[in-house]
Write a protein that binds this ligand. Structure first.
Ligand code: MRU
Length: 346
């Protein structure tokens, strides 16, 4: 399945809120449609929202009506700020928008029409590079997956969360494609249910064995010896290796450490935010109370109840055995080793 595709000047996004019951693409005709789709989580997952935002920039650029390069850039920066503002935690969103803006800034010799083309080209490049980097992560990461492994994952870090192939699920997919027998345990991922709705659907579509469990069951499964390793994705990684990912990831990491189960994070280097030295500095999105007080539009909690709904948590690097990147598997100490692989890529 494709999380999104570009056709005839429009962005088509697979509506992940309706999955798995309905498989429908929404059409984005302008950047506001893309911004709405990101904030409503019709498209979600760090690399996917980065790629969608890049195409949002292309849609926005196409409507800027000016003959002045400076005005064009100013308008594009404004659109970029709006897209970045939709979700604060995943660094891929600002990374993709800034990459498009840098490309335009560098093209000092181009006319407006050519700049508009350039924005679309850069979005295409970001999209295609993401698939390639996920495949690289799969190739590096599958060596950490023994034949017969029972793997616990959280949220959805698959093809749906990226331009294609996936990060954590990409590693699992690569192991499966290599002929290894793997079995995935997908935590339901309260409250948005990405595990229940998306990871199960994606893995079942690919014929990869998967068992769904409630988040609260993971500890007992580990205690019974049912998990060989945990692999999750990431929304932002601080320079020291602290990882922001879907709420509930931290609990799994602590449980894994306590049961001596390897805990791996799979993410492209573009998810590493070297400007932050610690996970404490990662902004954590808080979402609407209704995600907890209501179920399928029906109230399930008492009227007026106080609610705390952070969408992500931060797992300190000491709980992480390795970070699988598109430039190789990085082990602690992350501060030095992440920088080293990034420098080699430049
Ligand atoms: O709120 P979501 O569904 O966008 O959160 C997604 C996650 O936390 C994923 O694990 C992360 O973005 C990595 S996706 C390859």
């Amino acid at each position: 399945m494709r999380s999104m595709y570009w056709e005839d000047g429009r962005l088509y996004i697979l509506d992940q809120v309706r999955l798995p019951l309905e498989v429908e693409y929404i059409v984005c005709q302008d950047y506001q449609d893309v911004a709405g789709a990101i904030s409503q989580m019709k498209v979600r997952g760090a690399p996917a929202i980065g790629a969608a935002a890049a195409y949002g920039m292309a849609l926005g650029a196409s409507t800027v009506n000016t003959g002045s390069r400076d005005v064009f850039l100013e308008e594009l920066e404004k659109i970029g700020r709006e897209l970045i503002g939709t979700r604060p935690t995943a660094v891929n969103l600002q990374w993709a928008v800034n990459r498009v803006l840098d490309r335009v800034r560098a093209a000092t010799d181009k006319e407006i029409a050519a700049l508009k083309e350039l924005v679309l080209q850069e979005a295409d490049t970001i999209f295609l590079e993401d698939i390639a980097s996920n495949q690289k992560m799969g190739a590096y990461g599958e060596s950490l997956v023994p034949d017969g492994a029972r793997i616990l994952t959280h949220c959805n870090a698959g093809a749906l969360a990226t331009a294609g192939f996936g990060t954590a699920l990409g590693v699992i997919r690569a192991a499966h494609q290599k002929g290894k027998k793997v079995h995935v345990y997908a935590g339901e991922t309260r409250p948005f249910m990405q595990g229940t709705r998306l990871t199960t659907w994606e893995l079942m579509s690919d014929g990869i064995p998967v068992t769904l469990l409630a988040d609260s069951m993971a500890g007992y499964l580990m205690a019974k010896g049912g998990v060989d390793l945990v692999i999750v994705g990431a929304d932002r990684i601080a320079g020291n290796g602290d990882v922001a990912n879907k709420i509930g990831t931290y609990s799994l990491a602590v449980l894994a450490k306590s049961h001596q189960i390897p805990f791996y994070v799979a993410a492209p280097l573009s998810t590493v935010d070297f400007s932050l030295l610690s996970g404490d500095d990662i902004p954590i999105e808080e979402r609407a109370a209704e995600e907890l007080t209501h179920f399928r539009g029906k109230r399930i909690a008492p009227e007026g109840v106080d609610v705390w709904n952070p969408a992500f948590d931060v797992t300190p690097h000491r709980f992480i055995d390795a970070i699988i990147t598109d430039a190789g598997v990085v082990r602690p100490p992350y501060l030095d080793n992440l920088k080293q692989v990034a420098a080699k890529e430049d």
